[in-house]
Design a protein around this ligand. Structure first.
Ligand SMILES: [Zn+2]
Length: 377
């Protein structure tokens, strides 16, 4: 891999606000970026300013009438037309600058894809991105414009085999929908079982359709899953699938909401799982667009994405959080003293038994993993 690690500056996004009761906090980006700066990581990366997406870039996935409706709500004033597009709900509120912010996030992810495609970066990280739920004609799950899909389309102009790997606690449903019939894009999602968590999809039997059959891979985990089952899935399912597919570029969604003590999910992962996943992506040694995603325990977001950036740069950072950061985070009520968790976690027997079943099923039935491979082309 050639080129530096590039980070998109998230500061232009800090001012947008989903509202005080909404769990997605834009200031998570501010606190994380400040922590990365205090560790000296931003000096080792190349920082670029985000640019807005063009309409053409987002219309590869979104419907023109949805985009028009979203643009009309940029003043933050609700209009009756919003309802049919899933806008103005508790999850996807109509906030001031909703269109401006969404287009800026999507543009930043498109830009990240351009940088790795042109070999100007080995890895490009847009922490503000990863809004994986947005659907073609409606807003969904805190997401208005699907920036991972925009980034993947950009990479498809240069590469014919792209893997999208999503480690957010929630199923990457919008990205799966975009490429369900497309053999050029393998979508892999590790998430909490849809019977227990939004968006209710992502079961192991969802494997793609038509020419895209075998190019969607879903691994659902029961609530309270710990590092033991997660590390097994990385080794036994994710790594072999990537080995079989041989991607020429990757897009990863690194949502931090699968770490323990997230207020809206039910996982028990530590930084052991999170860092192992990131190491696996790095070891592929292909152009890499890294995106953020969910994360509602803000201390977890800050430490996860700081550790991720350190890993990308190949520069381990000390565990002890710099004292100066505490002053920055205190007004937000965020406490954090150490970056890494001390020990890996294990799962209850019922969770282990269920993941045994899922692994076995996938090894027998998934075209990328089963010996009797029936992949076309
Ligand atoms: Zn999530």
């Amino acid at each position: 891999m050639q080129g530096p690690v590039v980070c998109v500056n998230t500061e232009p996004l800090w001012k947008f606000d989903y509202g005080p009761a909404h769990p997605l906090k834009m200031w998570r980006l501010k606190l994380t970026q400040e922590l990365q700066r205090l560790y000296g990581l931003l000096e080792q990366a190349t920082i670029v300013e985000p640019r807005p997406a063009t309409e053409e870039e987002v219309l590869v996935f979104h419907d023109p009438d949805y985009l028009t409706a979203l643009a009309e709500l940029d003043d933050g004033v609700w209009k009756p037309n919003a309802v049919r597009y899933g806008l103005g709900t508790p999850d996807c509120p109509v906030m001031v600058g909703v269109y401006t912010a969404s287009m800026l996030i999507a543009g930043a992810s498109a830009q990240a894809a351009e940088l790795v495609a042109n070999r100007q970066a080995s890895i490009a990280f847009n922490m503000a991105g990863g809004l994986h739920h947005a659907m073609p004609s409606y807003a969904w799950g805190f997401c208005y414009i699907n920036d991972p899909v925009v980034a993947i389309h950009k990479l498809l102009q240069q590469f014919n085999r792209i893997a999208y790997i999503d480690i957010d606690a929630h199923h990457g449903d919008g990205v799966q929908v975009a490429f369900y019939g497309d053999p050029r894009v393998l979508t892999i999602s590790l998430h909490e079982n849809g019977r227990y968590l939004f968006p209710g999809t992502g079961f192991e039997h969802e494997m793609g359709e038509g020419e895209g059959r075998g190019f969607a891979l879903n691994i659902p985990f029961l609530p309270n899953a710990g590092d033991d089952v997660y590390l097994r899935v990385l080794d036994e399912i994710v790594a072999p699938a990537l080995e079989a597919f041989q991607p020429k570029a990757i897009v990863t969604q690194l949502g931090a909401d699968a770490l323990h003590d997230d207020p809206i999910t039910h996982w028990n992962l530590t930084t052991f799982s999170y860092l192992r996943a990131v190491q696996l992506f790095k070891e592929l040694k292909v152009p890499w667009v890294a995106l953020g995603g969910g994360g509602y325990n803000i201390a977890n977001v800050c430490r996860a994405w700081t550790l991720v950036l350190a890993e990308m740069l190949g520069n381990p950072v000390p565990d002890h959080v710099p004292d100066e950061w505490r002053k920055i985070a205190q007004p937000y009520g965020v406490l954090l003293y150490r970056l890494r968790d001390a020990q890996p976690t294990s799962s209850p027997p019922s969770v282990r038994a269920d993941i045994d079943r899922v692994i076995q099923w996938l090894k027998e039935h998934h075209p990328l993993l089963s010996n009797r491979s029936n992949l076309g082309g």
